[in-house]
Ligand binder design. Structure first.
Ligand SMILES: Nc1ncnc2c1ncn2[C@@H]1O[C@H](COP(=O)(O)OP(=O)(O)O)[C@@H](O)[C@H]1O
Ligand SMILES: [Mg+2]
Length: 366
């Protein structure tokens, strides 16, 4: 899916903007504080329903306004057009619209456009908590396997039920053991499906990542390994049973797919402990590119990639390699920089548009 037209209202310092992006490369230039990241953030809302800078939606509404909206006209790979959009107000009410139909199901909106982002904070994928890495895997699965979303929703609901019982048990209330057993089995059914999907996804991703990482970080031997969230020598139900006394004391479920993680090792040492900041950024770029390629190769879908402050983030040769590889998968790219001089390398790309951002106004260079 490509964005053909984007209409932004009252988002951060952008009062109103209408942008007709290139289907390939879009370069967004502006001083610090002009609104470049805000522009990318508004596109991020289309792909995630949230910001990449805050989890408080009201912070992105333009000061002294009561709501923001982002609408887009898009075309898919068959050239069919779609109209999508969302709006949020200061009462935290939310509405999305898909081809004229209003909906409150965010999943329907975000399934339309795979959006990826690379920012100075992207190293959180490697340095942050396991939930960052689960989100990474699950983003890929969400766009590749239609059933994955429902399985995750069901799993979370069941986990909540089981945790509520464990909490009661912890506080000394009487709890029916059959009931815990019932929810354990339910959890294992959905957990098993999620785990199988993740294992399959990671196996496929590993092959692509091997190819990509040899180009981005040739000096290291990099390996991805997956931890499913429980002792892999037993099945999930047995692991739940084994941990039940502990979980009852703690008041929550300590094993399961909600505890899964991936480890990335460089020369047999955890990448987060072995690589420099710059090398970690390169590794994140390689992981993201592997996802883009996997999505393209397995579904023929391509998405949108947002690259904030690229000049500061990647060495010039890697930057060109990254952009070339993304454009080769038919990805629509949005790249920001403070000065044109940081982007001399974009000269070689023909199908591009340049935008200048000033005080929240986004203008296309003629
Ligand atoms: N809710 C808001 N309402 C109005 N202005 C905002 C809001 N949130 C942030 N800003 C302002 O928007 C401007 C643009 O920020 P940003 O997009 O991060 O700039 P850039 O990425 O170009 O450096 C900043 O001056 C910031 O203070
Ligand atoms: Mg910025």
């Amino acid at each position: 899916m490509k964005l053909d037209k984007v209409q932004i209202s009252q988002f951060r310092n952008i009062e109103s903007a209408i942008v007709y992006p290139s289907p390939h490369l879009n370069v967004v230039i502006g001083q610090n504080g002009s609104g470049k990241s805000s522009f990318l953030e508004s596109l991020h809302y289309l792909g995630f329903g949230r910001s990449f800078r805050t989890n408080k939606h009201c912070h992105v509404i333009k000061s002294d306004h009561s709501q923001f909206s982002v609408f887009a006209e898009c075309s898919d790979r068959h050239n069919d057009s779609h109209k999508i959009g969302l709006m949020r107000n200061h009462k935290d009410e939310f509405l999305c619209s898909i081809n004229g139909e209003r909906s409150q199901r965010l999943a329907d909106l975000v399934a339309k456009i795979p959006v990826q982002i690379f920012t100075p904070q992207s190293t959180d994928l490697l340095l942050g908590s396991p939930s960052n890495r689960r989100k990474f895997i699950d983003w890929g699965l969400f766009h590749v396997e239609q059933s994955f979303f429902l399985q995750s929703v069901n799993y979370s609901k069941i986990l909540k039920q089981r945790n509520a019982l464990l909490k009661n048990q912890q506080s000394g209330k009487k709890v029916d053991n059959d009931e815990i057993e019932y929810w354990s089995h339910q959890l294992a059914i959905y957990g098993g499906k999620i785990d199988t999907a993740r294992q399959k996804y990671i196996s496929a991703l590993k092959l692509i990542f091997k190819r990509i990482s040899e180009q981005f970080l040739p000096e290291f031997s990099l390996e991805i390994s997956y931890n499913q969230g429980w002792d892999s020598s037993v099945d999930f139900v047995s692991a739940l049973k084994e941990k039940l006394p502990y979980d009852s004391r703690m008041g929550f479920t300590s094993v399961g797919t909600h505890k899964a993680d991936i480890k990335i090792k460089a020369d047999k040492v955890l990448a987060s402990e072995r690589l420099s900041r710059g090398q970690l950024r390169m590794l994140v770029a390689a992981l993201q590119l592997s996802q883009t390629l996997h999505l393209f190769e397995s579904t023929n879908k391509s998405g949108i990639f947002l690259l904030d402050d690229i000049g500061a983030e990647l060495d010039e040769d890697k930057r060109i390699h990254f952009i070339d590889a993304l454009l080769a998968t038919n990805t629509q790219l949005f790249v920001t920089a403070i000065e044109k001089s940081h982007l001399s390398f974009v000269e070689k790309y023909n199908d591009k548009k340049m935008f200048h951002v000033e005080h929240g106004h986004v203008n296309e260079e003629q």
